[in-house]
Design a protein around this ligand. Sequence first.
Ligand SMILES: Nc1ncnc2c1ncn2[C@@H]1O[C@H](COP(=O)(O)OP(=O)(O)OP(=O)(O)O)[C@@H](O)[C@H]1O
Ligand SMILES: [Mg+2]
Length: 385
Amino acid sequence: MVTKEDVIRVLKDLKDPEIGASIVNLAMVRAVEVQGSTVSVEMALTIPNCPLRDAIKNDVIRAVSGMRGVAKVEVQLSSMTDQERGRVSQTLKDRSTAEQSNVRQTWRSQATGIERLPKGEIGQIIAISSGKGGVGKSLVTALLAVELRRHGFSVGILDADLTGASIAKIFGVKDHPIHTPTGMAPPTSRGGIKLVSMNLLMDRDDAALVWRGPMINSAIRQLYSELEWGELDFLLVDLPPGTSDAPLTVFQSIPVDAVLIVSSPQDLAVTIVAKAINMAKLMNVPIIGLIENMSHIICPDCGRKIELFGSCKGQEASRAANIEFLGSIPVNPVISRLCDEGKIEDYKSPEFGLITQRLIEKTSQLKVPQTLTSTEKSIEKESGR
Ligand SMILES: Nc1ncnc2c1ncn2[C@@H]1O[C@H](COP(=O)(O)OP(=O)(O)OP(=O)(O)O)[C@@H](O)[C@H]1O
Ligand SMILES: [Mg+2]
C-alpha cells in the first residue's frame, strides 16, 4: 500500500513551474492523507489566484496517480499566509546566495510568486500603466520613446498588451523579429527604436488572441527574455490596461524600475488613477510621475487652450497621491492621424519635449545604477577613453 512518505517523495521531484524549486521544499504541500487507494493533497499556492494554479494542480494529479496502488487523487488548493510567504522568500534568498545565481530573486511584497528575470544590458525599465483602457498609454509610450531617442538614448519598447497590441502599428513596423546567429532580435523602427508587439509574431494582423493567464505569463516572459534586446538605455513596457492579471504578470516577471501613470480627464480620474497607483505600490515599484492625455484642445483659429472637462484632473490626482505631475497632452488630430498612418516618429511638440526632460531628470533620481547613454558610450569608445 502507498504511504504518505512515498507520496511526499514523489511530490519532492515536482517543481513550481515559475520558481523552479521543489514544491515540497517551498512548503507548498501542506498536508498529505492516504486512505486506501485514495490520496488527498492539500496545497498552498504562493499567491492567491496564482495564474499557474491549474498547471500545478495537474502536475500533482499526474505524478501521484502514476504511483502504484493509487486509484484516486484529490487536490485541494489554498494560498499561503503572509508568514508562510515570508519563509518562502527567505528560502529563495538563501538559495540565490548559495547558487550565486545571476537571476535576481527579488521577492516582491505579498503579491508575488514568480521569479523575476534578469536585467541584462538594459539600463532602466519603465512600465507605462493606467487604471483603465483607451486613455492613451500606447501613444504616451510611443511619444516617450521617440523623444528619448532624440535625446540620444537607445530605446526599446515591449508591447505587453498582448491582446490589444498597437505599438507596431503606431510605428508602422510590420517586420517579424529578425533571426540572428544566436537567436531572434526585435525589429527596429525608422528612427532606430527596437520594438515588439504580439501581432508581429502572428501571421495575420487582425487575429484575435484568446489566452489564459499562464499563456500570457509565458509569452510576456519570452518577449522579454528570449528576444535579443542588446544594450538599451531605456526599455519602455506598454502595459495591458487595468489592474488585472496581465499587468500584474509584467511586474512579477520583468525587473521594472519605475512606473509612469497615464490618465485622461473624462472619467472618475482620481479613482481610476488610484487603482494604478495602488497596484504599483503593492508591487513595490516607484512611480515616476503622471501624464494626463487628452486634457485639452488648442483652438486652431486663435490658439486658445480649451479645457473640455474642466480644470486638469490629473494634477489633482497627482497631488492627492503625492506623485509628480509631469504634464498634459492635448487632443490633437495630427496625433491620431500619425498613429493611424504609422508615422508617430514625425510628431514633434515642445510640450512633450519638456515632459520627457522632466522624466529623464526623475529617472536619474531612481535608485538604480546609472549608465552612460549609448551615444556617450560610443563617444568614449571612439575617443579611446
Ligand atoms: N492626445 C491625443 N490626440 C489625438 N488622438 C489621440 C490622443 N491620444 C490618443 N489618441 C488616439 O486614441 C486612440 C487610443 O489611444 P491609445 O491606443 O494610445 O490608448 P491606450 O490607453 O493604449 O488603449 P488600450 O487601453 O486599448 O491599450 C489611438 O488610436 C490614438 O490615435
Ligand atoms: Mg494600448
